[in-house]
Ligand binder design. Sequence first.
Ligand SMILES: [Zn+2]
Ligand SMILES: [Zn+2]
Length: 271
Amino acid sequence: MLGTGTPNADPERSGPSVAIVVNDTPYLVDFGPGVVRRAAAAFNAGVKGLEVKNLNRAFVTHLHSDHTAGYPDLILTPWVLERRSPLEVYGPKGINAMTRLITKAYREDIEIRLHGGEPSNKTGFRVISHEIKPGVVYRDKSVTVKAFRVDHGSWPEAYGYRFETSDRTIVISGDCRPSRSVIDNCNGCDVLVHEVYSKAGFARRPVEWQRYHSRYHTSATELAELASRAKPALLVLYHQLYWGTSDDDLLKEVQAAYPGKVVSGRDLGIY
Ligand SMILES: [Zn+2]
Ligand SMILES: [Zn+2]
């Protein structure tokens, strides 16, 4: 977990981003604010695949700002730190325009670094973005990545991802209310990383926010029911909305109706 946060500016929880590291190659899912520094912290803690200049592949679940505010950081910082290969990004409709406009916004910086005397490489700032459809969106010798639609309120396109590797299958829900596609894609997977909000915290929210959260997100109670059907070997709570509750409270809410193995994800946790 590079970041397990939400739009709430919790200093302990960086913006949402998960790194699947296979054979020392990192595959990022989302790039919330803080993504590059959290990758550097993981590298310093011994995850050698997360050296900053190795960050060259990312999959975006949806275009909410908490999941994408680290995009310019991911484009530019690894390049300055000598990433030579272009960044490859896969995501929903709109990712191409976002990519083009961010690159345009940083044109002055890119020009100076390319032509102002900095010993920069001339390739690593480039981004190749792909607007995806459900199904297999990426494959190499280490992983096959499948994208599937999830229900995230009014978003026309929001995705979850299933990573198949030689030893484990990992499913990431993205942001969503309970979605049948998560159950079908996990279906006994090794690790299910799922977003969640506290039911007790929710009860204290203003009614107009309750209306919003229940259309866009998944409560601990709903997640317990979903996980009972998806049957992951390990459930990792992610993108947790606490609203005054603790990790223990959240775990208790899930465990009240789910007997499987579950942990509450934390930044720099390895699962
Ligand atoms: Zn979010
Ligand atoms: Zn969202």
